[in-house]
Design a protein around this ligand. Structure first.
Ligand SMILES: Nc1nc2c(c(=O)[nH]1)N[C@@H](CN(C=O)c1ccc(C(=O)N[C@@H](CCC(=O)O)C(=O)O)cc1)CN2
Length: 299
């Protein structure tokens, strides 16, 4: 370890700039095509974290000048009711993007719900068609959190070609699409997961480390390759010294002494998720009306 500290990657500031760019493009769409992007957000139940995220999505949708449409169903709503709502939104030409907030109540099949969304309106990029398009290098809606991570990495490193990248976590929402995006950037990509035999050895080799494991401070600082760029996707609420705190999947105070650059939690990847959602809604609207897509927004 050396005494230098890593650069802190300010996702909050980056996301604010991205939202301003989206707002400028929304104004352009309105002026040139007379169209305002419409984004539908569906929340089922009252999960406290989801309620806050959805409220933030509604507020930021309005701030960038889009038409937000919020739909709240009770936790006991049936899957059929939710599917009906999704089908209505698919058929509504004023709605360009549809998002169903996750997690869904246990009695609903999230996969079935997501795959009922029209892939062209699937601003989360979770539909199996979008996953397939991304995996095969075709134009897709890209999941918001990995897209945000990619933007932060490109901003820090420029071309990512040739870097050794490790993604810790193999979820459909973050880990797998993140690995696909890094592969498309010509990184040499590995994915670690719960059955990886020697996680430390894998982490030690990574020049780019993206951690989305959902386990508080899983990665200690002394595993990290000196100078590596560390993107921490984790958001874990734990108690420390009797107080509730938010920590990532990386032990930040240790890692900051080893890494070249690192995202903090909070204020790193999290804010990028909603900014990229708005960028995706803009992209979906541009594609729907045949408007040119703002190249600088998309990965
Ligand atoms: N349909 C979706 N569901 C969920 C997604 C998603 O992308 N689509 N992601 C997460 C939740 N999420 C957005 O929905 C989200 C998570 C975190 C943040 C954020 O800004 N985090 C802050 C900390 C906020 C806090 O105190 O909790 C940060 O990291 O600075 C925004 C959006 C699961 N569900």
């Amino acid at each position: 370890m050396c005494s230098a500290r890593a650069d802190i990657i300010d996702g909050k500031a980056f996301a604010a700039t991205l939202r301003q760019k989206v707002a400028a493009q929304v104004a352009r769409l309105k002026a040139e095509y007379g169209i305002v992007p419409g984004l539908a957000v569906v929340l089922v139940g009252e999960d406290p974290a989801s309620t806050v995220y959805v409220r933030n999505k509604e507020r930021m949708t309005a701030e960038v000048g889009m038409n937000g449409h919020a739909f709240r169903l009770p936790a006991h709503a049936s899957e059929a009711e939710l599917l009906d709502l999704v089908r209505q939104l698919n058929a509504d030409s004023a709605i360009h993007g549809i998002l169903v907030q996750l997690p869904l109540p246990a009695h609903m099949d999230a996969r079935k719900v997501i795959n009922t969304i029209n892939p062209e309106k699937d601003v989360d990029g979770f539909h199996v068609v979008n996953a397939g398009l991304l995996a095969t290098g075709q134009e897709a809606m890209v999941p918001c959190t990995p897209l945000g991570c990619l933007m932060l990495l490109r901003d820090r490193l420029g071309s990512l070609a040739g870097y050794k990248a490790l993604v810790v976590g193999a979820s459909n929402i973050v880990g797998k699409p993140m690995a696909q995006l890094l592969l498309a950037e010509k990184c040499t990509v590995s994915i670690a997961h719960s059955r990886t035999r020697d996680l430390e050895a894998e982490v030690r080799q990574a020049e780019i480390l993206v951690v989305a494991a959902g386990r508080a401070e899983l990665i200690p600082g002394d595993w990290i390759k000196p100078g590596a760029v560390v993107i921490d996707v984790g958001i874990n609420r734990i108690e420390r010294d009797g107080k509730p705190v938010l920590v990532g999947d990386v032990a930040f105070e240790q890692a900051v002494r080893v890494a070249g650059a690192i995202t903090p939690v909070p204020g790193g990847v999290g804010p990028m998720t909603i900014a990229c959602l708005l960028a995706n809604a803009l992209t979906a609207c541009c594609r729907a009306v045949g408007a040119s897509e703002p190249a600088e927004l998309v990965a």
